[in-house]
Design a protein around this ligand. Structure first.
Ligand SMILES: Nc1nc2c(c(=O)[nH]1)N[C@H]1C(S)=C(S)[C@@H](COP(=O)(O)OP(=O)(O)OC[C@H]3O[C@@H](n4cnc5c(=O)[nH]c(N)nc54)[C@H](O)[C@@H]3O)O[C@H]1N2
Ligand SMILES: Nc1nc2c(c(=O)[nH]1)N[C@H]1C(S)=C(S)[C@@H](COP(=O)(O)OP(=O)(O)OC[C@H]3O[C@@H](n4cnc5c(=O)[nH]c(N)nc54)[C@H](O)[C@@H]3O)O[C@H]1N2
Ligand code: SF4
Ligand SMILES: [Mo]
Length: 697
């Protein structure tokens, strides 16, 4: 039997098919007619389902023993009577049946609400589960609990894309389908390691380069795509905004802009032009003063000319967003499209390569403190995750409800987060596997994963796919637990199926989803539909008007701030700047991928890449510890690489044992607090086998 569904990992959102024999998966593959997959899957698609058979799955709800002890005298009779049904799991947890775990959760949430008020409860998560679950999650926190504090992992990811794009063109989502890569004449890839993080999108880039399309890759190191780029543009850390403003200055100086488009479709051009032309950091010649990066002055001019005079696309990733000026850099990207009319048509436009299988959907569903479903204004604006953490430490937030976001591993400033999580009076987690956050939880609900349930997932090109169960599971879905707790709290919540929830979404978020029936989505499992969906879907946004209130696109100028590595280079200081990111085989906290025998292989630890040019400086050490102002990593295995520039370093963050996110502080995007995961100054401490003392380089 063959079952078609959608891949559970990245934001490419490949259609995926499973061959099932006697109820077990034999293999995963993609069908030729699959619109996103084009008949190919990356290794996580082909092998990343093996976690389903791991003995570590959380099978029944867990309740922390010390939590029972603390609350035992205050439990109502109904709960007290059933406590003898709890069974021992390990020294920390009991196992419970679902009903009792739901009753205890509801009682404790109500208790906290009564004692401290509804605003003392917050919700984080949702981007790995379906739209139905994330929709109900925000409704649960906002309506059933009465708190505005709801957020998801877009906070540490592409929130700056949402912010920057909404401020300029009114909509924070990709303007065109992935297949428009085939229609572009020139492509800029900035801050996206596409071959590792969005491999099936990268396939399209390889295809067009083979056929003669030119690409510019703007990164801080050599990545696989750099090898096929006409412009391999390696820039110093934290200079995206400067480089983007430089491209704009060249376009303005050489009058390569599209005046007709600017006049008809935009506002704020004159002010923007004057500011860019007068900005010393927007002059490409500035790089002539930055040692080792002088070549950028000419290269940036060439990129600007090609971008402006061709039908051009810009793809970007976290190398843009995870900085203090991430939102500003995204505004600068939009500015370039507005300046040249490279938007609202085929083969041109803006593609933020969003990360999680359903982070687009989870934002669309309103799991953000400042947006209701469909990006409507909420009654009250809630706290963003970093403020929720501060709120816990200040004693204002007492309970946290977490759905599939491992904040005890993947957020910055882990020393602080761990301290905060210990302060919580109540932490509820929905998870597939034990991970860092379950280590702090009072109640853990084991839930179905995407391959075991039905639901809508929205990929990075706004495409909806409906998943269906590939294997049977007795576990509850995320939304079912939320429904049952809400019911227990006294609300009339009667959804019988995920389709019931989705039909409510179609009404509440009707601007984007009114026409997206389950029926239509079932008929198009292998192609999906791009939102907004009325009768049909929408491939290209902004064709006639932008999605701002008045329909115009707005130029937004921001000056780059002199700082960091550029400052150190100009002052002639010694330094090591670290950036963090992904490798192809592991997915975020690696909780699923490390439980796939075919994936874990050689990649069982995070490897630090240092520059070959720094090998002597670090005594050719095989292992080093990194230390920043905030914390320390574990000893990390080193590979000296020709792809890394002197004074820079790269490491992945997949394994909690590496303690990478202990190195980061609270520095974050100035608008939306996305962590500055792409740049931190570190000391490199070789771990010397023969010498006991540390040597700091
Ligand atoms: N295999 C795999 N795929 C994934 C994931 C995974 O964990 N594993 N995670 C998913 C998620 S949640 C996301 S958000 C996406 C992320 O996908 P990407 O956005 O591609 O993610 P990263 O690897 O974090 O970083 C991208 C690139 O930014 C570069 N960079 C760092 N600093 C700078 C800078 O200052 N300027 C520029 N221009 N570039 C810089 C890095 O060198 C890196 O090549 O991937 C998704 N896909
Ligand atoms: N240093 C550094 N840190 C980073 C980043 C970086 O570039 N550098 N990138 C950041 C980014 S972009 C992101 S998005 C985050 C990602 O980090 P997380 O948000 O933690 O994402 P995942 O590890 O993909 O998923 C979290 C959990 O969801 C569970 N899960 C999977 N499916 C389901 C489901 O259907 N229901 C439920 N309830 N749970 C499920 C998985 O078991 C996993 O433990 O990491 C961030 N952290
Ligand atoms: S590219 Fe992403 S969606 Fe496609 S198979 Fe790989 S992990 Fe899955
Ligand atoms: Mo992400």
């Amino acid at each position: 039997m063959i079952i078609d569904t959608v891949c559970t990992y990245c934001g490419v959102g490949c259609d995926i098919s499973f061959e099932i024999e006697n109820g077990r998966i034999k293999k995963a593959f993609a069908k030729k007619e699959g619109l996103v997959s084009q008949g190919k899957l990356c290794i996580k698609g082909r092998k990343g389902w093996e976690y389903l058979y791991s003995p570590d799955r959380i099978k029944k709800p867990w309740i922390r023993k010390s939590f029972i002890e603390k609350n035992i005298d205050r439990f109502p009779e109904k709960i007290k009577r059933k406590l003898n049904t709890l069974t021992d799991l390990d020294s920390d947890f009991y196992e419970s049946d679902l009903t009792l775990a739901v009753e205890i959760t509801a009682w404790k949430l109500q208790d906290i609400k009564n004692l401290y008020g509804p605003h003392s409860i917050a919700g984080i998560g949702g981007a790995r589960t379906s739209c139905e679950s994330s929709y109900l999650f925000q409704k649960f926190i906002r309506k059933y609990i009465g708190s505005p504090h709801i957020d998801n992992c877009a906070r540490v990811c592409h929130s700056p894309s949402l912010k920057g794009m909404r401020a300029t063109i009114g909509e924070g989502a990709a303007t065109n389908p992935f297949d428009d890569i085939y229609k572009a004449e020139f492509i800029i890839v900035i801050g996206s390691n596409t071959t590792e993080a969005h491999p099936i999108v990268a396939n399209r880039i390889f295809d067009v380069v083979k056929k003669g399309t030119d690409i510019a890759v703007i990164d801080v190191r050599n990545i696989k795509l750099s090898r096929i780029a006409k412009y391999n543009c390696i820039i110093p850390f934290e200079t995206n905004l400067m480089v983007l403003n430089m491209i704009a200055q060249v376009i303005l100086e050489e009058e390569l802009y599209n005046l007709d488009f600017i006049r008809k479709r935009t506002k704020g051009f004159e002010e923007y032009r004057d500011k860019i032309l007068n900005d010393p950091y927007a002059d490409p010649d500035f790089f002539k003063t930055v040692k080792g990066y002088e070549y950028l002055s000419d290269m940036i001019r060439d990129i600007a000319r090609e971008y402006a005079t061709k039908r051009s696309l810009i793809l970007w990733g976290l190398g843009v967003t995870e900085h203090t000026d991430g939102s500003k850099a995204v505004m600068a990207i939009s500015d370039l499209a507005l300046l040249t009319g490279n938007i609202g048509k085929e083969g041109a436009g803006l593609m933020p390569l969003r990360g999680q299988n359903n982070v687009q959907g989870t934002c669309d569903m309103g799991c953000l403190p400042y947006f209701d479903p469909d990006y409507k204004e909420p009654d009250e604006i809630g706290l963003m995750t970093p403020d929720i953490i501060d709120g816990i430490l200040e004693g204002k937030i007492k309970a946290l409800y977490n759905i599939g976001e491992d904040i005890a591993h993947i957020h910055p400033n882990q020393n602080k987060i761990h301290r905060a999580l210990k302060e919580l009076e109540f932490l509820v987690v929905h998870e597939l596997f034990p991970n860092e956050i379950t280590g702090f939880a009072d109640i853990v609900f084991g839930v179905k994963s995407a391959y075991e349930k039905e639901g809508v997932y929205i990929n990075a090109e706004r495409r909806l796919h409906l998943s269906q169960p590939v294997v049977a599971s007795d576990l509850p879905d995320d939304w079912e637990i939320l429904r049952d707790i809400a019911f227990e709290l006294g609300f009339d919540v009667y959804y019988r199926s995920s389709e019931d929830v989705w039909n409510e979404v179609r009404k509440v978020a009707n601007e984007r989803f009114s026409g997206a029936t389950y029926r239509k989505l079932k008929e198009r499992r292998l192609e999906g539909i791009q939102w907004p969906v009325k009768k049909e879907g929408t491939e290209i946004l902004h064709k006639d008007r932008f999605r701002t209130p008045d329909g115009y696109g707005y130029f937004r100028y921001n000056q780059w701030e002199y700082r960091g590595m550029v400052k150190d280079l100009i002052e002639g200081n010694d330094f090591v700047y670290l950036t963090t990111g992904r490798i192809g085989i592991h997915y975020n906290n690696a909780v699923q991928t490390k439980r796939c025998g075919s994936l874990i292989g050689k990649n069982s630890e995070d490897v630090l890449l240092l520059s070959l040019d720094d090998r002597d400086r670090f005594n050719n050490a095989e292992r080093v510890i990194l230390r920043s102002d905030y914390g320390e990593s574990a000893p990390l295995k080193v590979v000296y690489s020709g792809d890394i520039k002197k004074g820079t370093a790269f490491v992945s963050f997949h394994h909690p044992e590496s303690r990478i996110n202990f190195l980061f502080g609270d520095e974050s995007d100035s608008y939306v607090k996305t962590a500055r995961f792409k740049s931190v100054k570190v000391k490199v401490i070789p771990v010397l086998r023969s010498l006991p003392e540390e040597q700091v380089c």
